[in-house]
Design a protein around this ligand. Structure first.
Ligand SMILES: Cc1cc2nc3c(=O)[nH]c(=O)nc-3n(C[C@H](O)[C@H](O)[C@H](O)COP(=O)(O)O)c2cc1C
Length: 223
């Protein structure tokens, strides 16, 4: 067990956040990670998400663990202006997630105070995954409780343009809140390096895709 500002804030005992990864982060994975002492995250970037299907996914997590878990949302680039190429976020989904989860997290759009306030009103902590120092400062100004600094080594949706460790030190210097490092971290050594560099925890995505609870691995063995 390693206590950091992140574990104390969120109420977990291992300073690891499993990345929300759309349908690759189902209730089974989020619950297993939380159950093991880290912060599991339910992915919502999946086909057919509605307030009703999200409520069902949240209930599935809750049936599998009573530990803190989070919910991840991909935000349309310009959330409020309606000029996005992505479908707009269903704000009802954020309200439901904030009432059910310990953390509600956003990625991709500019940090938006209205979304953060909605999360806090529901009783959850707000997080923004950022790809630059400037975005981290914007997340702090929007009222986020912690940020994830995503470096260019990250898998999946990548916003970072510089190496994880470089961005991490820039973000730590720029904001006064827990900072997680994301991108290319899949071993205990890499986690130790990030913690030694000042991170309050690490966010791991690709490594969790190989977990039995993620729906991505097909067995090659005969049944
Ligand atoms: C398969 C996959 C899907 C992803 N989908 C999302 C997503 O829906 N939302 C999100 O915030 N990040 C997503 N990401 C990025 C992760 O949040 C995180 O930044 C990244 O996985 C960290 O780097 P790593 O994969 O090297 O651990 C995804 C990553 C992967 C590997």
């Amino acid at each position: 067990m390693i206590a950091t500002r992140f574990t104390e804030l969120v109420g977990c005992v291992v300073p690891i956040q499993q990345a929300g990864m759309g349908a690759a982060a189902p209730p089974e994975l989020a619950a297993a990670v939380s159950q093991a002492g880290a912060l599991g995250m339910l992915g919502t970037a999946r086909a057919g998400l509605t307030a009703a299907t999200l409520a069902d996914l949240l209930e599935q997590v809750r049936l599998l663990t009573d530990k803190p878990f989070g919910v991840n949302f991909i935000v349309a680039p310009i959330f409020l202006s309606g000029t996005s190429t992505r479908p707009p976020l269903d704000l009802k989904c954020i309200e439901i997630a904030a009432r059910a989860a310990k953390v509600v997290e956003f990625f991709y759009g500019e940090p938006e105070r209205r979304l953060v306030e909605m999360v806090h009103a529901g009783g959850a902590l707000a997080c923004w995954q950022v790809g630059s120092r400037e975005e981290a400062v914007a997340a702090a100004r929007a009222g986020c409780d912690f940020v994830v600094a995503q470096g260019v080594e990250a898998g999946g949706h990548v916003r970072g343009t510089i190496p994880t460790m470089t961005l991490l030190s820039e973000v730590i210097a720029a904001v006064d809140m827990p900072v997680l490092a994301a991108g290319g971290i899949g071993t205990g050594q890499a986690m130790a390096a990030a913690l030694a560099a000042g991170a309050d925890g690490v966010r791991v995505g690709t490594r969790f895709v190989a977990a039995a609870e993620a729906p991505c691995i097909r067995s090659t063995s005969p049944p």
